[in-house]
Design a protein around this ligand. Structure first.
Ligand SMILES: *Cc1c(COP(=O)(O)O)cnc(C)c1O
Length: 354
């Protein structure tokens, strides 16, 4: 009768809506609008199901090796998981164990506080400035670790690498996690700092820039000791997190760098064009280095625009949270999708302003 008192109660993360209706313009979860590399389809079509008889490689070696090569690292510096959410959750469990509060911004990826609560890790949110930039002095107080998304989500704002380096250097007694989910869209990566700072863990994902959100591949890079500790926790939890097909798909994506660059260039070009159009419609936004734009309208409340878009089968993301309730996060779709969005906004806003 009392069992409920002893349950590990948590408030789960709320992901962006995945509408059942396929005919919507879906700009609400930062998925890539283009297909994954052509080699991915080939791997899936030619996959020998006989392989599934056996357990997959628990070390995910072939994927670890191509990722290490791609980033100019040693394989001992790479850890692969089932999406970066898995890698980040594992990292929180492994590295944030001091009892002291970990630090992250007040406006950031809303999974960080969920994991902290799940693992009973104390945390303190640090307020971004009015333009959504981090204040580096907030990250030099005593803490049990730091996690920063760079570029940040949902703001799209990128912290200068020199600022990040100061934070990493000032916190060598704890692990600093930099979540680079969006770094491929014009951002600058902290990976080069790995050789210099053994307390830095950089996390990336195949979900956005590699158009493989449905496959679930993420990874962490850092000093071999950090990676070893992560593996120890992983192998204490589930040795076979990544399945055999996913491993093969991951490799096919990484080896096609030409396609990868082309895909990113298209998304970035569409983003820059969309910025110009949104500005014409009286939206304001920071300098996004991601595949989304976090925008507020000078007159019309975000909630109203969100609802009007949704009623017209255009899904964007809106949070009823302090400081950001008047913002919309608009993922970058194809040019055609963004044209439809802009055309609808032109009509809707011209009516609203009369
Ligand atoms: C999308 C996203 C992730 C999670 O990505 P998956 O690899 O799909 O789990 C992690 N961090 C941030 C900031 C993201 O936006």
């Amino acid at each position: 009768m009392n069992w409920e008192n002893h349950v590990r109660k948590v408030v789960p993360y709320v992901a962006g809506e995945q509408p059942k209706n396929q005919n919507v313009i879906k700009l609400n979860t930062n998925e890539n609008p283009y297909a994954p590399a052509p080699g991915v389809a080939q791997v899936i079509q030619n996959f020998d199901c006989e392989i599934l008889r056996k357990y997959p490689d628990p070390d995910v070696s072939v994927l670890v090796d191509v990722l290490a090569k791609y980033h100019g690292l040693d394989s001992s510096q790479v850890f692969v998981g089932v999406g970066s959410d898995d890698v980040l959750a594992m990292s929180f469990l492994t590295f944030f164990n001091s009892g002291k509060p970990i630090l992250f911004p007040d406006i950031t990826y809303s999974f960080y506080d969920v994991w902290a609560n799940l693992y009973r890790i104390p945390y303190e949110r640090q307020a971004l400035d009015d333009n959504f930039y981090i204040k580096k002095e907030d990250y030099t107080k005593k803490n049990g670790g730091i996690v920063l998304a760079n570029p940040n989500a949902p703001t799209g704002i990128m912290t200068e690498l020199s600022v990040l380096e100061e934070i990493i250097a000032a916190n060598q007694d704890v692990v600093v996690i930099v979540d680079e989910a969006y770094v491929d869209f014009d951002g600058k990566s902290c990976v080069p700092f790995i050789e210099k700072y053994d307390n830095l863990l950089v996390v990336q994902t195949f979900s956005k820039s590699r158009a493989l959100a449905g496959m679930r591949i993420g990874y962490a890079m850092g000093n071999p000791k950090l990676i070893q500790y992560l593996n120890d926790v992983k192998f204490s939890f589930n040795s076979y997190t990544m399945n055999a097909l996913t491993i093969a798909v991951g490799v096919a994506s990484v080896v096609d760098e030409v396609y990868f660059r082309q895909n990113i260039a298209k998304v970035v070009a569409t983003r820059e064009r969309t910025k110009i159009e949104l500005a014409k419609l009286d939206f304001t936004f920071g300098d996004s280095k991601t595949n989304f734009i976090f925008a507020t309208h000078k007159i019309v409340p975000a909630q109203e625009i969100f609802e009007a878009l949704r009623a017209n089968q255009i899904y964007v993301r809106h949070w009823n949270k302090p400081r950001i309730a008047n913002y919309l996060r608009i993922s970058i779709g194809t040019d055609e999708e963004m044209d439809k969005l802009i055309t609808f906004l032109e009509q809707f806003l011209s009516k609203e302003k009369i």
